[in-house]
Ligand binder design. Structure first.
Ligand code: ADP
Length: 149
C-alpha cells in the first residue's frame, strides 16, 4: 500500500492543489491531505471551513482523506503511516525550497518527497492570489477546486 501525504496550508484549496492530488492518485493508493497549522501564517479561512471544502471536493474519492496537523510534517507522515510526501512545484523558487526540506525529511526518516510539476495553466495560481481577489470581491470560482455536490 503506497500512501502519501499532501501537506500544505490550503488557505484556500485551489484548482492547482486539486490537480496535484488527482495526478498523485495515479502514483499512490491513498493520499492524506494534511492541513498544517504552523502558527506563523494567519488563517484567512478557518480550519473547519478548509476541511469541509476539501472533504466536499473529494466526497466521491475514497482514496483521499483530509486531516489537520500541528506537528512537524514528517511526524504527521509517520503518524498516518505514509511513505511519501507529495508536493507541487510551480517555479524555481518552489523547487529550491522543496529541495532543502525534502533532504532534511529524508535524512530524518527515510520518507521520500515526490514533486509534480504544476500544469502551466495553473502555475500562476496561489492561495495568496485567490485571497487577494476575494478581498476585492472578485469571483474566484474558476481558481478553486471543483465543488462536487
Ligand atoms: P505551503 O504553505 O506548505 O506551501 P500551500 O497550501 O501554499 O502550502 O501549497 C501546498 C502545496 O501545493 C505545495 O507543494 C505547493 O507548491 C503546491 N501548490 C500550490 N499552488 C499550486 C499550483 N497552482 N499548482 C501546483 N501546485 C501548487
Amino acid at each position: 500500500m503506497k500512501r502519501a501525504i499532501f501537506p500544505g496550508s490550503f488557505d484556500p484549496f485551489t484548482i492547482g492543489h486539486y490537480d496535484i492530488v488527482m495526478r498523485g492518485l495515479q502514483l499512490f493508493d491513498e493520499i492524506v491531505i494534511g492541513i498544517g497549522q504552523n502558527g506563523e501564517k494567519s488563517d484567512h479561512q478557518s480550519l473547519q471551513t478548509r476541511m469541509d471544502a476539501i472533504r466536499h471536493t473529494f466526497a466521491d474519492e475514497p482514496r483521499v482523506q483530509v486531516r489537520a496537523y500541528s506537528t512537524l510534517t514528517v511526524d504527521f507522515a509517520q503518524e498516518v503511516e505514509a511513505q511519501f510526501i507529495l508536493r507541487g512545484v510551480r517555479d524555481t523558487r518552489d523547487f529550491e525550497y522543496e529541495r532543502s526540506i525534502a533532504e532534511a525529511n529524508r535524512q530524518m526518516t527515510g520518507i521520500e518527497t515526490i514533486l509534480l510539476y504544476t500544469r502551466p495553466e495553473y502555475a500562476h495560481i496561489s492561495s495568496t492570489l485567490v485571497r487577494d481577489l476575494m478581498h476585492y470581491g472578485k469571483d474566484v470560482t474558476p481558481l478553486l477546486a471543483p465543488d462536487k455536490h
